[in-house]
Design a protein around this ligand. Structure first.
Ligand code: SF4
Length: 127
């Protein structure tokens, strides 16, 4: 929005139902969103926030060079997997129940047999 007059500063806020976690996945997701907004709006976004519904609090996240680099490395890894047509196996966990990607990810399918195993068994001939 470089052609817009006035003072403005995008501030991404990601809403989560639960509470802060041990891992950095939420911060990485938010940083990825900030990188997209920076690209779209031609601006710099130094920070954002994660809002956790269970504790009803915002947690400020600084988009440090290290966090940005981690996001970029994960995206490059994702592209490498995509080029290899490889879908990593997921380990379904209790976080899956509240995940907005559940209907696309279908983590329960990972518990079943692979397609090749299913076909191999179907083609076996009883002696
Ligand atoms: S549903 Fe898929 S994307 Fe969501 S938490 Fe489970 S494994 Fe991860």
């Amino acid at each position: 929005m470089k052609e817009r007059d006035g003072l403005w500063q995008p501030y991404p806020v990601e809403y989560k139902r639960g509470r802060p976690k041990e891992h950095t996945a939420d911060a990485l997701q938010l940083c990825g969103q900030a990188l997209c907004l920076e690209e779209m709006l031609c601006c710099e976004i130094p920070e954002g926030a994660l809002y956790y519904g269970e504790i009803r609090r915002r947690e400020k996240i600084m988009f440090t060079p290290e966090l940005r680099q981690e996001v970029k490395e994960l995206l490059m890894e994702m592209h490498r997997l995509y080029q290899r047509c490889y879908t990593p196996k997921v380990r379904p966990g209790k976080g899956c129940n509240a995940c907005s990607m559940k209907e696309l990810c279908l983590p329960k399918l990972m518990r079943g047999k692979s397609v090749s195993e299913y076909l191999r068994r179907g083609m076996e001939v009883d002696p």
